[in-house]
Design a binder for this molecule. Structure first.
Ligand code: FPP
Length: 237
């Protein structure tokens, strides 16, 4: 049992679901088998977040850099995302989960996937228990570039630009800052994930590979978060 203070649960948790490929390779399996196993960890994490009372959960499903992977793996990941959305949207809906997306909606994202995304977003739009955001074709720098473009298109004068205004031009203006970022598989990087929102987040890195990650690991990360002292550049009283 992990001991958690229910009054100090992070509002927004973000996960880099890393280590699927290595999990498969360690077992002599094709990399995509690791991704397939990652679906179970994803559902565990969503259920764990609901149990803990986390309000926002964001996962890195496909980055703007992931297009560089072998074509077969890219094709698999796109189909897999589509498939998970189709198979799981009803169940997530019944759990009170709202599904949202951040990322570039460019020509590389197949129409079928965009259709599924719109379906899932529409079906779950009134749910409030947990806002589950999928970062697909997402890059933190691309998001800043797109926000700058959007500001310029809106004709905002340079002296009006401030942090609040920039935040309003990000992919999801309602997305709050990340309180806790969890990355699996022993990698200590943010890899272009949620650059803006991660500015003051606490980071927990675990050696566990994503396919082995479950709600207990999430609770452990939350306990680690609760042991930290957040100062936001100030000093503790
Ligand atoms: C990183 O592991 C993982 C990914 C690039 C994809 C993870 C995607 C899912 C689990 C599906 C998400 C789907 C939805 C609908 C949210 P890696 O391949 O980089 O592992 P490695 O570092 O061991 O090679």
């Amino acid at each position: 049992m992990v001991s958690i203070d229910p009054k100090a649960v992070p509002n927004h948790v973000a996960c880099v679901m890393d280590g699927n490929g290595r999990w498969a390779e360690q077992r002599g399996l094709a990399r995509i088998e690791g991704h397939k196993m990652g679906e179970h960890s994803l559902i565990e994490t969503i259920e764990g977040a609901l149990e803990l009372g986390v309000k926002w959960l964001t996962v890195y499903a496909f980055s703007t850099e992931n297009w560089k992977r072998p074509p077969d793996e890219v094709k698999f990941l796109i189909g897999f995302n589509e498939d998970i959305l189709q198979r799981r949207q009803q169940e997530l809906h019944e759990m009170g989960v709202q599904i949202r997306f951040v990322g570039r909606t460019d020509w590389r994202v197949p129409k079928r996937l965009t259709k599924r995304m719109n379906e899932a977003r529409e079906l779950t739009k009134n749910n409030r228990r947990l806002i589950f955001t999928i970062a697909f074709n997402y890059g933190g720098r691309a998001e800043v570039v797109d926000a700058v473009k959007s500001l310029m298109k809106a004709g905002v004068s340079p002296d009006k630009v401030n942090e609040k205004l920039i935040a309003r031009h990000l992919y999801d203006p309602k997305m709050p800052e990340v309180d806790l970022m969890v990355r699996t598989s022993g990698e200590f990087r943010t890899s272009n994930f949620l650059l803006w929102h991660l500015a003051y987040s606490e980071m927990v890195f675990t050696d566990t590979l994503w396919p082995d990650f479950n709600r207990t690991h999430l609770a452990e990360a939350v306990a680690e978060y609760q042991s930290r002292s957040r100062r936001y550049g100030g000093v503790t009283a």
